[in-house]
Write a protein that binds this ligand. Structure first.
Ligand code: GDP
Ligand code: IMO
Ligand code: MG
Length: 419
């Protein structure tokens, strides 16, 4: 299992791509069109939203029932990949996955606009409203596409309510039944070949001794239950969520690898204790090219937060870590690393606060580690890294009591050190 251990954009796509080479099946278990995973292979850049990052190796790719799928975005992605010579007949979509419908996108956008300064800062791709309707049992699943009568009826029932919200609450244009029913019947034709019983498929793969990789979207701190609520996404991003999101029992999982940047980024609103003050934030952003894959928004940048990462180790039962983008820190003479939070009452804690207010007011307590001040892009093994870069990595391992198995030294596919 590959899990984002921070607030997303940790470099999951790149690490999954690396591990997919030696896997047989790669499965996405959560998230929707707001996820953006980047892979840089042989000079070409691929930005995947729905597609598991195993697609570039031609591996069997599963999109599980825990995902929400926007058919138009999915079809565009398929066509784009096919146009670039990537084989797409390896993709399998869970018939249980819910669809992101046009009203979800319209409501996500309208509700964020209306919240103004109180907004979550969502990707505005309809994720939240789609998951809300799933829980509300008003969702429409991919399998519903294949009975035009049922599809039309479900769209009609949903629209009767959604159009009231759109028109009366948010003052935007309502959606039209006939046009939607026709559009989604068109999507049905395109999607039919990809639908499968993906839980069964993964179960059989495991029984046959094949290697299966689970790819998380978003990140641990964006988890709907355990993240920094309400500034979270609407799905279960943690390791436990992978089991429900695929339909596989927890006893089938051997290893859980957390992906963490050597620093931290966050897109959207919400508290962020280690957010860098002053010019260094801009410097990290420029050096790390920290702009959203899907929205192009500036990512907020912070120093490495080991309190938050310790929480990710706990929530996911991480067996190892991949520390990505270590190269981005190369030019800083000193590197603050947050080891504890100072709370409002003056006490210090190494454990992530369970109370939202405590987290909101938490001040980072830093240990300052030495930088290395030289590029590391050409290192071909851990031993070749400058001493301070090795010490930085070992400090993380010691503090978290989890081995760092992989180290990212550049965006290109081959820029990873394996220990
Ligand atoms: P994901 O959502 O977790 O898959 O991450 P994103 O793809 O949204 O963002 C990570 C960005 O960092 C992408 O542009 C990657 O190409 C890039 N990246 C990944 N690993 C490294 C690394 O080790 N060094 C550098 N410099 N860039 C990296
Ligand atoms: P990947 O998979 C970074 C953030 C949004 C917002 C909050 C809710 O690329 O790591 P949503 O649209 O999901 O309702 O937005 O979650 N967010 C992400 N931030 N990477 C992501 O995905 C994210 N997916 C959602 O910015 O704060
Ligand atoms: Mg991303």
């Amino acid at each position: 299992m590959i899990i984002g251990a921070q607030w997303g954009d940790e470099g999951k796509g790149k690490i999954v791509d690396l591990l997919a080479r030696d896997s047989d099946v790669v499965c996405r278990y959560n998230g929707g069109p707001g996820a953006g995973h980047t892979i840089v292979a042989d000079g070409a850049t691929f930005k995947l939203k729905h597609m598991p990052s195993g697609i570039l190796w031609g591996k069997e790719c599963v999109i599980g029932s825990g995902c929400v799928v926007d058919p138009a975005v999915f079809i565009d992605e398929l066509d784009d990949l096919a146009g670039r010579g990537v084989s797409i007949d390896v993709v399998r979509l869970s018939a249980e996955a819910h669809m992101v419908m046009p009203w979800h996108v319209a409501l996500d956008q309208a509700s964020e606009r209306r919240l103004g300064k109180l907004q979550i800062g969502t990707t505005r791709r309809g994720n939240g409203p789609a998951y809300a309707d799933k829980a509300y049992r008003l969702g429409i699943r991919l399998q519903d596409l294949f009975d035009p009568k049922i599809l039309r009826q479900k769209i009609e029932v949903a629209l009767a309510e959604k159009n009231i919200w759109l028109e009366r609450i948010y003052g935007v244009e309502p959606l039209e039944l006939e046009e939607l029913a026709e559009r989604y019947e068109g999507h049905a034709q395109r999607l039919r070949p990809f639908l499968a019983d993906t839980s069964l498929l993964v179960d059989r793969a495991l029984k046959d001794g094949r290697q299966v990789l689970f790819e998380g979207a978003h990140g641990t701190l964006l988890d709907i239950d355990h993240g920094t609520y309400p500034f979270v996404t609407s799905s279960s991003t943690v390791a436990g969520g992978a089991c429900t999101g695929i339909g596989i029992g927890p006893t089938r999982i051997d290893r859980v690898i957390g992906i963490a940047k050597a620093y931290v980024t966050r897109v959207g609103e919400g508290p962020f204790p280690t957010e860098i003050k002053g010019a260094d934030q801009e410097r990290v952003r420029e050096l790390g090219a920290e702009f959203g894959t899907v929205t192009g928004r500036e990512r907020r940048c912070g120093w490495l937060d080991l309190v938050a990462l310790r929480y990710a180790v706990r929530l996911n039962g991480l067996t190892s870590l991949a520390l990505t983008k270590l190269d981005v820190l190369s030019s800083f003479p000193e590197l603050p690393v947050c080891v504890r939070y100072r709370l409002r009452d003056g006490t210090e804690t190494a454990d992530f606060p369970a109370s939202q207010s405590d987290f909101h007011h938490a001040e980072p307590v830093y240990e300052i580690l030495a930088g290395w001040g030289e590029p590391i892009d050409d290192a071909s093994g851990f031993a070749e890294l400058p001493d301070p870069a090795r010490r930085y990595t070992e400090f993380v391992e010691r503090e978290l009591n989890v081995p760092v198995e992989l180290i990212g030294t550049g965006a290109e596919r081959e820029r990873v050190l394996t220990r």
